[in-house]
Design a protein around this ligand. Structure first.
Ligand SMILES: Cc1ncc(COP(=O)(O)O)c(C=O)c1O
Length: 363
């Protein structure tokens, strides 16, 4: 690829594509959004990089803007570079806060590809990089379309959580530090949470003194029609992380903490999380511009509107094509599950790859 504007990218041969993935889901505000480009120019004129232990103006402005759009009481934030960094930081905070080290995550989750986050990534890419540090466990994913617990019942009855926690409790070596989850599983197959599941999960975490970390890399900042996907579930996590399109295409991520109490206790234990580019003014400046765009252009409403249009279209396709077994997700993160037989639900992997190649060919 050599060029991009809005939803279109161009390759080295001049062929253009409608970029349905917005890069690696990081250019959701459009490629080279002019306001992001403007922020980069301004940082070029002022300050690109700064020492992470000295405050710079952009990180302070960004922290204040985030506190305005985060749930009440979630005032503390830190800025890192990738989604993997932010989840690693969130887990480090949970370990320091609880004194435990064990972490669980649903078996379809994706949280990153550094060692600590790959250890709790179970949607794939887990095998062959071990041994991982001890204390990372999968729990059963609430995947209604293929659930062995409640697929044939009218609604999820959370028996997946009962079984998971029975096993977690049995193998616990001490206090559970955290459960980390996506609020709508992305890489694992666009799987939305059954109603009430996240609240049930939070209750089980609270009962054990563990923190609930929600990874909003793919789902946060208006993309699903609410500012945060956990709002849709009526749950406020203890920590949530954002990354991906946070910087409008520029690498920046965040770990946000619910309460002053969690941040202060973690800091008192001597918590240190940071990298050479933590809190750099340039990506913070881009992230401020990104929040401005999301608020001023009312992108939560836009995502709802486009999401409804898209859903209608997917449903029309499903009424014509037997290969579509299920439609899931909401807003700008929706997916179809391809099956070779709607009754047996046999996955149609090869046809999926063919459809992918067709899209490449036709741009
Ligand atoms: C839900 C989720 N969390 C974390 C990550 C990791 O982010 P990064 O690739 O920026 O490290 C991803 C990346 O795809 C993701 O989808």
């Amino acid at each position: 690829m050599v060029w991009g504007r809005g939803s279109v990218v161009r390759d080295v041969n001049g062929k253009e594509y409608l970029d349905f993935n917005s890069g690696q889901m990081c250019a959701a505000l459009g490629h080279n959004n002019p306001r992001i480009v403007q922020a980069l120019h301004e940082s070029g004129e002022t300050l690109i990089h700064s020492h992470m232990s000295m405050f710079n103006d952009q990180e302070i402005i960004l922290a204040a803007r985030l506190a305005e759009i985060a749930p009440e009481g979630m005032n503390r934030s830190m800025f890192l570079t990738s989604g993997s960094d932010s989840n690693e930081a969130a887990m480090a905070i949970a370990k320091r806060y609880t004194g435990g080290y064990e972490i669980a995550s649903p078996a379809v989750s994706f949280h990153g590809m550094n060692d600590s986050t790959r250890a709790v990534t179970f949607s794939g890419w887990h095998e062959g990089y071990g041994p991982y540090a001890p204390g990372n466990y999968p729990i059963i994913a609430p995947y209604r379309y293929r659930c062995r617990f409640c697929q044939d019942r009218p609604a999820c009855d959370y028996s997946c959580l009962d079984t998971s926690f029975e096993l977690l409790d049995a193998q616990a070596d001490g206090p559970l530090a955290a459960v980390i989850t996506e609020p709508l599983f992305s890489a694992g197959g666009v799987i939305d949470l059954p109603a009430g599941w996240l609240a049930e999960l939070k209750r089980r975490c609270e009962a054990r003194g563990a923190l609930l970390i929600v990874d909003e890399a793919q789902t946060g900042l208006a993309k699903l029609g609410t500012m945060w996907a956990f709002e849709h579930e009526g749950v406020v996590p203890d920590i949530f992380t954002i990354s991906k399109h946070f910087g409008g295409g520029v690498a920046i991520s965040l770990a946000a903490i619910t309460t002053d109490e969690i941040e202060e206790k973690a800091s008192e234990t001597g918590l240190v999380v940071g990298h050479s580019h933590s809190n750099d003014p340039l990506p913070c400046h881009a992230a401020i511009a990104s929040i401005d765009i999301i608020l001023e252009e009312m992108l939560t409403d836009v995502a709802q509107r486009i999401g409804a249009y898209w859903r209608e279209h997917l449903e029309r396709l499903a009424s014509r094509h037997e290969i579509i077994g299920d439609i899931r997700g909401r807003g700008l993160l929706q997916g179809i599950e391809l099956v070779s037989d709607r009754v047996t639900r046999e996955p149609a992997y090869a046809r999926g790859r063919e459809i992918g190649r067709h899209c490449w060919r036709t741009g």
